[in-house]
Design a protein around this ligand. Structure first.
Ligand SMILES: NC(=O)c1ccc[n+]([C@@H]2O[C@H](COP(=O)([O-])OP(=O)(O)OC[C@H]3O[C@@H](n4cnc5c(N)ncnc54)[C@H](OP(=O)(O)O)[C@@H]3O)[C@@H](O)[C@H]2O)c1
Length: 268
């Protein structure tokens, strides 16, 4: 493992904040990235009061490549090259295609996809030069089998997964790892920040136990220490992956049947 310096996006809430908490508790220096500066400062003060590590607050929009590049330059100059990047910035309401006008689609791509792309790209030459580092992308099972009524959300998660899959190929043999972790429902602020989304959740998803941000973060941190290309948590989600691989029609039909329908016949 390269140095114990991590850049964590989405650090003002949910999985990102919880990942930062575990890392700071175990002595890492963590660069906290999100748009809400006051929230980041509050979290940094709390983490430093109890953890062995330290926090650096970098308020920015991950979809802004210039702001990300400036942040990366500051981090590089002050601390060096990160050993880990956690791309957990993410937002996006679950909507049907005709409720997703072009401007909304652009916003949906901002996080996770654009943010993960810009933050990773800003540090990638450094990671390659040091021949090590772990990039953890926090994604969604919607990037395996989408459910109805979450069009733009799904597109952004598939873009993230596509970026990750491309990196796995591109980075092979370099010592730098790209890892994609996908969770069931996480009891973060996500569904408050993105109201009405949960109403589109397939009932299938509701049978899978929800997990806390801390449980999700434990998985993220485990992957930093033991990198894997893909992790689905909890394990029951792996049934979706197997279904998509070996019986894709059936997997889609099942997820469709347990979601809300707007167009056409139910589960036809
Ligand atoms: N919650 C779930 O049930 C669940 C399940 C599976 C996967 N996921 C995925 O995991 C990711 C994180 O979810 P979460 O549950 O931790 O959500 P959350 O509690 O709402 O946190 C999202 C974080 O992303 C940040 N963010 C959003 N847009 C940003 C942008 N453009 N630039 C920088 N930061 C941005 C937010 O901070 P600011 O507003 O301060 O910028 C916040 O810190 C999402 O992509 C989500 O789809 C969530």
């Amino acid at each position: 493992m390269a140095q114990r310096l991590a850049v964590v996006t989405g650090a003002s809430s949910g999985i990102g904040a919880a990942s930062a908490r575990i890392l700071v508790a175990s002595g890492w220096t963590v660069v906290l990235v999100a748009r809400r500066e006051a929230r980041l400062r509050e979290i940094a003060a709390r983490l430093e009061a109890f953890g062995a590590g330290r926090c650096v607050v970098e308020p920015l929009d991950g979809a802004d490549p210039d702001a990300v590049a400036a942040m990366a330059a500051r981090v590089r100059a002050r601390f060096g090259v990160p050993g880990a990047i956690v791309n957990s910035a993410g937002a996006g309401v679950w909507r049907w295609p005709e409720d997703t006008p072009p401007a909304e689609m652009e916003r949906l791509l901002d996080a996770p996809y654009r943010s993960a792309y810009h933050v990773t790209s800003a540090f990638l030459p450094d990671l390659l030069a040091q021949r090590g580092g772990v990039i953890v992308h926090v994604g969604s099972p919607a990037s395996i089998v989408p459910w109805p009524g979450a069009t733009g959300y799904t597109v952004s998660r598939w873009a993230l997964r596509g970026y990750h899959e491309a990196l796995v190929q591109d980075l092979h043999g370099t010592g730098v790892r790209s890892c994609h972790v996908m969770f069931s429902t996480v009891t973060s602020e996500y569904f408050t920040t993105n109201p009405d989304s949960y109403a589109h959740a397939p009932s299938l998803g509701r049978w899978i136990p929800a997990i806390t941000p801390l449980e999700a973060a434990e998985v993220v941190v485990r992957v930093i220490h033991e990198p894997r290309d893909e992790v689905l948590h909890p394990r029951v989600l792996q049934a979706l992956r197997l279904g998509e691989r070996f019986a894709p029609g059936l997997a889609r039909r099942l997820v469709r049947a347990t979601g809300r329908q707007r167009y056409g016949r139910r589960a036809s």
